[in-house]
Design a protein around this ligand. Structure first.
Ligand code: GSH
Length: 202
């Protein structure tokens, strides 16, 4: 399999973490790519019309995207414990956490594009504030609901860890840990996992 990849993308990181957690990393050849909404990579756009990372190419040429789809596909390829619980409340908790982490990332990345990509005279502070309010809303929910992150690691926990890692990487001065000790404690603990250490954005 081939993975269109970027070591700074938190969505790609979800896939790289899951691949390490499940022993599949050696079966995935990574193709380093660089994309942004204003600089399409034609090689990526040929396999994913959205021009976004990650995209996984299976051995028969089928392209899979986006990160939730790729992660669930990979989770069906190994014989160990499932990171997508098969049924019942555990499944909905894991998928809800994944949606919260992906949603936090969508908002953080829209704020980042506005702050870093848009020409300075056109930047819109209310837009950035609106996206940051979504990020804060998810963080506050996770602090109240930190119990949902306890127990075996799932795709939900992987996604939240990648999202918090992205905030540390791109918004180091925003202080997301302030007044969120339970979430910060959980993140410190899971950050020791080899899969997360090996994929830390730099
Ligand atoms: N929902 C997608 C989001 C993927 C995404 O937005 N990836 C970013 C990289 S961090 C990207 O490719 N951005 C380029 C663009 O928006 O054109 C997923 O979970 O894979």
């Amino acid at each position: 399999m081939k993975l269109y990849s970027s070591v700074t993308s938190p969505y790609v990181r979800k896939v790289r973490v899951l691949a390490r957690e499940t022993g599949l990393a050696a079966r995935i050849e990574e193709i380093p790519s660089a994309v942004s909404p204003i600089a399409r990579d034609e090689q990526v756009a040929r396999v994913n019309p959205l021009g976004k990372l990650p995209a996984l190419i299976l051995d028969d040429g089928t392209a899979l995207y986006d990160s939730p789809v790729i992660c669930e596909y990979l989770d069906g390829l190994h014989g160990g414990r499932r990171f997508f619980p098969p049924a019942g409340p555990a499944r909905w908790t894991a998928l809800r956490l994944q949606a919260e982490g992906d949603g936090l990332l969508d908002a953080a990345i829209l704020a980042r594009y506005e702050m870093a990509l848009r020409p300075e005279p056109l930047r819109w502070p209310e837009w950035i504030a609106g996206q940051k309010a979504k990020v804060a809303g998810v963080l506050d929910l996770l602090e109240r609901d930190a119990g949902s992150l306890a127990g075996d690691m799932t795709i939900g926990g992987i996604t939240i860890a990648c999202a918090l890692g992205y905030l540390d990487f791109r918004f180091p001065d925003d202080g997301w840990r302030t007044a969120r000790p339970r979430l910060a404690g959980w993140f410190a603990e899971v950050s020791a996992r080899e899969s997360l250490r090996a994929t830390m954005p730099a």
